[in-house]
Design a protein around this ligand. Structure first.
Ligand code: ADP
Ligand code: ASP
Ligand code: MG
Length: 423
């Protein structure tokens, strides 16, 4: 007998039929002799709809109230799923994040899990019940307010619970058959990966592949907990996220494991910055003080005649307005000419551990972009990743071109999307 944590995403429980289908799967795992803990997301696009609703009331809702609102989505799911399981003759008990012992920081909308104290879950399991936990939420250690973990955060609830409960496996059920070499919604020829390493998945998630929440991968790596990403619509074996690719496996030779694309970033260019020691530090300190995360940075050599340079950086679109306001306040002190804001950019990333030992990846990548007529605006690299910024309108074409250039296209069309709206 094992302990399994299963997580079902919004598209898997989009309607009553979905709830019943998922309930059957959960009961099957229980009948197989396992203790089962289930983490569930809000139904379909509920979270987006609740955000839209809040914005109709006020353009900038308070973090505390927005979190209170959004956690309702997962609570609806947990109660309905518990009812569906009860209907099948098994005992199920639903728990909010707080009841499940998910203790977080107080940063509304992006709280981090500090501790998990799943006493009530263990009690329910000991009494033979299936425990259903509302994903993506917790309670702040300091303020005792309800918090959310950021979009896609139910994955992290599942992995954190699995680690705390010392589960044998954490299964993430979604609307595709696993982790593919690219987003199947964008690259229909994407191929399913048998295994992905934590290291590769961290880069994929950080580069926009929303199939797994970045922090859930960090968590899984820290606890060396295997994650099995699979479809809730089929019984196909999915993708295992593990420490190392198995020896002799197909992935050993792969140079590029996956391609990720990201439309969620914007670019800010500070034009005419005096090229003096301490100026860049001043600018980025102000951005950091506002807790804004930046991604890529490019600074050109200053023009000899003027001693001025341009600095560009990318950041989440959601934080664009705040960052622009902060920079405007600095204009007098730093003495730059102007600020340009561009939210029509896209980021395309190639990820693969094999990159370390293979020269020429950049040349092939850039060659493919050139052939597709795509202009590269910014570049950044890590040991196992190359990312570029291009026009957002070119992004999907770029993803397909890079996928083909690295020979990743599958022979048969295995990249089926079973549900979801891609929102
Ligand atoms: P859930 O609601 O189950 O959490 P998400 O929408 O958050 O599902 O994540 C699943 C989606 O992630 C897929 O439908 C797919 O469009 C997208 N995706 C992006 N990159 C990948 C990838 N490399 N492999 C699989 N899916 C991906
Ligand atoms: N419902 C939340 C979201 O849409 C959390 C999740 O689905 O993981 O982001
Ligand atoms: Mg998700």
């Amino acid at each position: 007998m094992g302990l399994i944590v299963q997580k079902y995403g919004g598209s898997s429980v989009a309607d009553a039929e979905g709830m019943k289908r998922v309930a059957n799967r959960i009961v099957a795992a229980k009948r197989d002799g396992n203790q089962v803990v289930v983490v569930v997301s809000a139904m379909g696009d509920t979270t987006d709809e609740l955000i839209d609703l809040a914005k109709q009331i006020t353009p900038i809702p308070s973090g505390r109230e927005l979190d209170m609102l959004l956690t309702a989505g997962e609570r609806i799911s947990m109660a309905l799923l518990a009812m569906a399981i009860t209907n099948l003759g098994h005992e199920a008990r639903s728990f909010t994040g707080s009841q499940a012992g998910v203790i977080t920081t107080s940063a509304h909308g992006r709280a981090r899990i500090i501790d998990v104290t799943p006493g009530r879950i263990q009690e329910a399991l000991a009494e033979g019940a299936i425990a259903i936990v509302a994903g993506f939420q917790g309670i702040s250690q300091d303020t005792k307010d309800v918090t959310t973990l950021g979009r896609g955060g139910s994955d992290t609830t599942a992995v954190a619970l699995a680690a705390a409960l010392e589960a044998d496996v954490c299964e993430i059920y979604t609307d595709v058959d696993g982790i593919f070499s690219a987003d199947p919604r964008v690259v229909p020829t994407a191929r399913k990966l048998k295994t992905v390493t934590y290291e590769e998945m961290l880069e994929l998630a950080a580069s926009g592949a929303k199939v797994l929440h970045l922090r859930c991968v960090e968590y899984a790596r820290r606890y060396d907990l295997p994650i099995h990403v699979r479809s809730s619509f089929t019984t196909n074996e999915g993708t295992w996220v593990v420490k190392d690719h198995p020896q002799g496996g197909e992935m050993e030779q792969a140079i590029i494991s996956g391609i990720a694309h990201d439309k969620s970033e914007a670019k800010i260019t500070i034009v005419g910055v005096p090229d003096r020691t301490g100026v860049a530090a001043r600018i980025f300190q102000a951005i950091a003080d506002a807790d804004i995360n930046i991604d890529m940075i490019v600074q050109n050599v200053s023009a000899a005649a003027t001693g001025l340079t341009d600095i560009s950086f990318t950041l989440p679109k959601d934080e664009g307005a705040d960052a622009t306001a902060i920079l405007q306040k600095l204009q007098g002190e730093v003495g730059f000419a102007s600020i340009q804001y561009d939210d029509q950019i896209g980021k395309l990333s190639l990820i693969g551990a094999g990159m370390r030992s293979h020269p020429g990846i950049t040349a092939t990548f850039f060659g493919a972009m050139s052939e597709a007529g795509i202009n590269i605006e910014m570049i950044s690299t890590s040991e196992i990743r190359i990312s570029i910024i291009c026009r957002q309108a070119d992004l999907e074409r770029g993803a397909k071109a890079a996928h083909a250039a690295f020979g990743l296209d599958a022979d048969s069309n295995e990249a089926v999307v079973y549900g979801g709206t891609g929102r």
